[in-house]
Ligand binder design. Structure first.
Ligand SMILES: *Cc1c(COP(=O)(O)O)cnc(C)c1O
Length: 219
């Protein structure tokens, strides 16, 4: 089941988009089943759960952190995390940089941009994004590599609205790249799309989709 689900999604998203299998709350045996079906990228939203699973599972897995990250939890994932999708404050970015410095590692991150109309979602607004870019440009965060943006659309049935939110993120990504990161090849990722909207996200320019329940079943 899990293997067939992964295969189907990979066919739909094509070779230029990477699938993050969101395995939060799922037992190791489900992750192993996905792994043996060829899935090598997993997404988790709790630092300690991710650290535990990393310890137990094969070492060629890429671990992506996708949830709200508390500063005091950064240390649990800093040594091995492949990409933190969910940087939602300058303070968090500075903490990640400090952890990276301690262990002499450059930690790849995405900036999570607020695109939804729901108040409950995390993410940076435009002022906060501008402030972070200024700090990045000053060259002070030597242990951070910014690889792009992440966004979460509203939890709605309204496809037009979700598509607009994805387009907003893509447009902001393009203009930010032009204005600040044109010379940086590594600024290239747009993480958007989940079980309910990943096809729409891919159509709108996503490079990383984060799919959980459609692979592993409901949580
Ligand atoms: C849980 C989660 C997902 C996956 O959600 P599904 O609807 O199960 O595909 C994607 N992104 C984030 C940030 C999540 O927390």
């Amino acid at each position: 089941m899990i293997g067939a689900n992964i295969q189907k999604i990979n066919q739909e998203i094509g070779p230029n988009v990477r699938l993050i299998a969101v395995s939060k709350t799922k037992p190791l045996k489900d992750l192993l089943e996905a792994y043996h079906a060829g899935q090598k990228i997993f997404g988790e939203n709790k630092a300690q759960e991710m650290a535990l699973k990393h310890q137990e599972l094969p070492k060629d897995i890429e671990w992506h952190f996708i949830g709200h990250l508390q500063t005091n939890k950064v240390k649990f994932i800093a040594p091995f995390v492949s990409l933190i999708h969910s940087v939602d404050s300058l303070k968090l970015l500075q903490f990640i940089n400090k952890e990276g410095e301690k262990i002499n590692r450059i930690i790849p991150c995405l900036l999570q941009i607020y695109i939804a109309t729901e108040e409950t979602k995390f993410g940076l607004n435009l002022n906060e994004l501008t402030e972070i870019i200024e700090v990045l440009k000053s060259g002070n965060l030597k242990h951070i590599e910014i690889k792009g943006f992440m966004g979460m659309a509203s939890n709605l049935e309204d496809t037009n609205k979700i598509e607009k939110e994805f387009e907003t993120l893509k447009t902001l990504f393009d203009s930010t790249k032009d204005a600040y990161f044109e010379d940086m090849d590594s600024f290239k990722e747009i993480s958007m799309g989940m079980s309910g909207d990943y096809l729409l996200a891919v159509k709108t320019g996503s490079t990383l989709v984060r799919v959980g329940s459609l692979i592993f079943g409901s949580r």
